[in-house]
Design a protein around this ligand. Sequence first.
Ligand SMILES: [Zn+2]
Length: 321
Amino acid sequence: MPVADAHVDALWKVYEQGLDFRSSSLMQADYESLVKGSVAFQVFAVFVSTRRSAQQQLTDVLGSIGQYYAQFVHTGLVRPVLWRQDLTASMPSELEIDSPLAIGGLLSLEGAACLQGSIYVLNALAELGIRGIGLTWNGPNDLADGCMEARGGGLTAAGKRIVKEMESLQLWLDLAHLSDAGVRDVFATNLPHVMASHANARAVHDHPRNLPDDTILEIIRRDGWIGMTFEASFVHAGPATVDSVFRHVDHVLQLGGENHLGLGSDFDGLSTSVLGLSSAKDYPSFAERLRARYGEVIARKLLHDNLMSYFARQLPSHPVS
Ligand SMILES: [Zn+2]
């Protein structure tokens, strides 16, 4: 079964550590692992160290995007998905996925301090292929507070300006890592299709990176999307297994998320893995477990179809076609 995954940090590993995307034993979402996992579509996060100045972060973001085109796209390993048309025109059939083909790739920005509040920088990054943005990583920046910032602030005036411009550019807003107050500020706008690329259910495991039920319900109401994530500390207190991940899936399904739930593994960004889910290579066995527990129809939605429908709702149309 084909897989679509909304969050890996493979590009961070390539940019920071100089690893080889084509194949690296030090990576969990290198090309070889993604192909073995039947990953047909992958969102690659552009993440940079928030310890650096905003200026330096912009340099690192541009450098990472440069690496993406050089190592992922121009090598023929990844086919850039920029517009809604790219989705429908060349969605590979299941047969083709068994032979290594270019993986459909999308870029998202994880933490937007690099924008320095400028809608012009935002427009430039959209031109370079960024299609989704999380305003913060865990800490605060000039746009909003992250989920680990103790003062718990929401969006700043600059943050609200950026969100407004994102709406007109049809960039998706990613709530993963944002503070609860920030999420409330986003929900005070009419922004459609908000998503959380890699976060689990707080009612199942109480962690600031996980989503409370009212957030999950509002994402569903806005026809957004939620990606279950495999960072063990967000899944379960103590060792996490595939069954622990399923408890989060059960919960979101109970809340009515059958058409709005999928996967945002966080491979290459994990500090602790779920047992049996430590790289994209584990997707085929995970898919088997999903199918056994939820049946063919729901398994297919969670593995691939829901995220593809989300992209189809959210991605901008090509301006000249
Ligand atoms: Zn993250």
